[in-house]
Write a protein that binds this ligand. Structure first.
Ligand code: DGJ
Length: 515
């Protein structure tokens, strides 16, 4: 049995850890908050224990692991895992190696300063970038060696207990500020014939160079192939040593949608076909979601036989309720809020994370960074989703899990079709300080439902073309405890006139009948 694996069973994605179904309700630490154990004792761990997350994502930095070439130090990782175990949390390790957010800021000094051997990608007129070229085999091999050592160490850590459930290889890779690498090595390759495996992916029989075969998309296709090939060299080596799920996160395509304004060559949805074929050791391509178009991104990243995992999710309370849709419609295996340690930290103790200039560089709206009201709503949401997980899994096998989330401010609502009823969902008015309308319906039989979510009203319609009255037999507010329903209060009379969900996540049970 593998310690951790992501498989497809009966058409559904599942994550098994030690053979048991696992779903991550998670949070990712800030980039520099896993770089010193004492700092973590003071600024991170005290604020983690009251969060209803079961998984922590945190970086391991190449520059700290291999300060001297060939000498490895994983004491930082060991210290963090010890704490994860104390808090009973799983971990997803993020390998900040040769590439992080389109640049090579996390490579060790001996790599960073040796630009001869570890050459940089160049912009159009020879301007060197802060990114090591994906065509620099020497650098890729150096990362590969270090990543192999990391995986050896992870294997050893996991022997007593599976704590590290997955590994993210690099972080938001691709080239920024240029559509492609124009270094000498890249120029040469770009003019060569497109490799056969790449042509096959696009069903192109004829031969030719990138420009001839891909026209205006040539630079991005070229970079995608270069990065995916480099990643496969790194990841396949790691996988041979320790077979855990490997993940890659994407800085997704967004305004103004030109390669280079987002990292060119990264694992965006449009090129998942290339990534899946060329970088076969990567199990999941993941979107980092700071935009508002949740449904659009989630559906793009669930094509190409890819399960939904979101390693970085925006923090504002309004968009947190998308979790119902992520774990409902999209059967997400992981949703992780970025900068999770801030949520419980008193505002005066939060560390310089509101720097608008940094966010502008990353093309992230300040709005996505607000956390007023988020902690309670996130805790309630994750708590009720985790406690109803098995109920959801059982219903999912029959196709009986439905979900929705408001897409925009003018949308009035939606209609959900179950076996016997049409549920008219009416969204509550928009209030940006509260979670937006979103929810999930679990149908246990044709008349019985658990309904969870926030900020909507539910009404019943007969199925199209049918004429009947619909009434309520049971209407209860309550909650799940490890998948057992606990009724807190049967509702009727004034409280039963509408099936109403207010601005906090809650769960209700309904039994309906027709007459
Ligand atoms: C996306 C990156 O992947 C993260 O490491 C971090 O830089 C966030 N953006 C924003 O802080």
């Amino acid at each position: 049995m593998k310690r951790s694996e992501i498989i497809k069973k009966d058409g559904q994605w599942m994550w098994l850890v030690d053979g048991e179904p696992f779903v991550a309700y998670a949070g990712e630490l800030h980039n520099s908050n896993a770089s010193n154990l004492k700092h973590m004792d003071e600024h991170v761990w005290p604020y983690m224990k009251d969060l209803k997350i079961n998984t922590i994502l945190f970086p391991v930095y190449w520059e700290m692991v291999e300060k001297e070439e060939g000498v490895y130090d994983f004491s930082l990782l060991d210290g963090i895992i010890e704490k994860c175990r104390e808090l009973n949390k799983k971990a997803i390790v993020l390998w900040f190696g040769i590439w992080k957010n389109g640049t090579s800021t996390y490579v060790p000094k001996w790599v960073k300063t040796d630009t001869e051997n570890y050459f940089r990608a160049e912009e159009r007129h020879g301007k060197k970038t802060a990114t090591i070229s994906p065509l620099c085999n020497k650098a890729v091999d150096a990362d590969r060696r270090a990543f192999g050592k990391l995986m050896e160490h992870i294997k050893a850590i996991n022997t007593s207990e599976t704590t590290i459930a997955a590994v993210q290889v690099e972080n938001e890779i691709g080239l920024l500020n240029s559509d492609r690498d124009y270094s000498e090595a890249a120029e040469k390759k770009f003019r060569e014939e497109v490799p056969e495996d790449l042509r096959k992916i696009f069903d192109i029989d004829e031969r030719g160079n990138y420009e001839q075969l891909f026209g205006e998309d040539a630079p991005e296709v070229f970079m995608t192939y270069a990065y995916a090939s480099a990643i496969e060299r790194i990841a396949s080596h790691g996988k041979e040593i320790c077979d855990l799920p490997f993940l890659m996160n994407a800085w997704i395509e967004k305004y103004p949608w030109r390669p280079g304004t987002y990292p060119s060559g990264g694992p965006i949805a449009r090129y998942m076909n290339v990534w899946k074929k060329i970088a076969g050791s990567i199990d999941v391509m993941e979107p980092d979601v700071y935009v508002a178009e949740f449904d659009e991104v989630a559906s793009q990243f669930t094509t190409e036989n890819n399960p939904l995992m979101i390693p970085e999710y925006r923090r504002d309370v309004y968009h947190i309720s998308n979790a119902f849709h992520a774990y409902g419609k999209y059967n997400a295996l992981c949703m992780s809020v970025f900068g999770i340690e801030d949520l419980m930290t008193p505002p005066e103790l939060r560390l310089g994370i509101f720097n608008p200039a940094v966010l502008a560089t990353l093309n992230i709206n300040l709005e996505a960074w607000q956390i007023n009201g988020t902690p309670d709503v996130l805790n309630e949401t994750f708590d009720l989703l985790a406690n109803s997980q098995k109920t959801r899994e059982k219903a999912r096998k029959e196709g009986k899990v439905y979900s929705f989330a408001r897409n925009n401010e003018t949308e009035k609502g939606t209609v959900i079709e179950t076996e016997k009823y049409s549920f008219q969902i009416v969204y509550n008015p928009v209030n940006k300080d509260k979670p937006k309308a979103a929810g999930m319906i679990i149908e246990t039989d044709e008349d019985n439902f658990y309904i969870m979510g926030t900020s909507f009203k539910l009404m019943f319609l007969p199925k199209k073309g049918k004429d009947c009255n619909i009434g309520i037999l049971d209407y209860e507010e309550g909650h799940f405890e490890k998948d057992s329903w606990i009724c807190e209060r049967p509702l009727n009379g004034d409280e039963g006139v509408f099936v109403q969900f207010f601005d906090h996540p809650e769960t209700k049970r309904l039994e309906l009948y027709t007459y």
